[in-house]
Design a binder for this molecule. Structure first.
Ligand SMILES: [Cu+2]
Length: 232
């Protein structure tokens, strides 16, 4: 007679354990349903299921035999489990926490910076052959300005005085790049070679006016930076 005590032990442990798991699954499933439905609807869904359980249990108590009871349990449990799985698939609606609500509405996004970004400098138009080239002329015998920026001179033509002293105000705006301004005759002989300066830097070149005529000016570091200079 060892089978009977073992059966009693199994039932004594098994029934509460099964009931616990069963209820845990039902509660979990039901919580999925309540979290999936809209917030305003959740209390009504809960009330509906509570009524279901009450009516189901009342019917189970009145129906004779275990078949009706089993049927009701299957329908009830099936509904909750099915709804729970569906709710888990749909996912939770956003849940507002009481802490957030107590803290008040979220802060407005930071105002855009008062300073508007500086307007982009208009791209320097590339001088194409045939077009009129800008000419820099010494204003009233003063310094002739020339700027190097983006490994290019701002002018392609220079007009230099034929008498006295030539003054070229050179502005190298290229950060870390060395440039200079030199003057060559048509034969390629140097009439003047300016000191090479690394930008950003400025220098004033002063030299006696060379004989009148056409010259070429260029940067000795970057021979492609060149143009024509007219003395006279
Ligand atoms: Cu250069």
């Amino acid at each position: 007679m060892s089978a009977e005590p073992r059966r009693r032990v199994l039932l004594g442990v098994g029934i509460p354990l099964a009931a616990f798991v069963f209820l845990a699954v039902l509660i979990l499933a039901f919580s999925r349903i309540l979290l999936a439905v809209p917030e305003s609807l959740a209390p009504w869904v809960a009330l509906l299921f509570a009524t279901n359980i009450l009516v189901g249990c009342a019917l189970a108590a009145t129906i004779r035999g275990t078949r009706g009871f089993a049927f009701l349990i299957v329908v009830l449990v099936g509904t909750i489990l099915g709804g729970g799985i569906a709710g888990a698939v749909i996912g939770e609606r956003p849940v507002h926490s009481l802490v957030e609500e107590a803290a008040g509405p979220p802060e407005p996004p930071p105002a855009p910076p008062a300073e508007s970004p500086p307007p982009e400098p208009s791209p320097t138009e590339e001088a194409s052959p045939g077009e009129e080239e800008p000419t820099t002329e010494a204003p009233g015998g003063g310094a002739v300005p020339i700027v190097a920026e983006g490994v290019a001179f701002d002018v392609t033509e220079l007009s230099l005085p034929a008498e006295g002293e030539v003054v070229i105000a050179f502005d190298n705006r290229d950060q870390g790049i060395p440039h200079n301004v030199s003057l060559y005759s048509e034969a390629g002989d140097p009439a003047f070679q300016g000191e090479i300066i690394t930008g950003p830097a400025t220098i004033e070149y002063r030299f006696p006016a060379p004989p009148p005529g056409p010259y070429q000016f260029r940067c000795d570091v970057h021979p492609q930076m060149q143009g024509t200079a007219t003395v006279g």
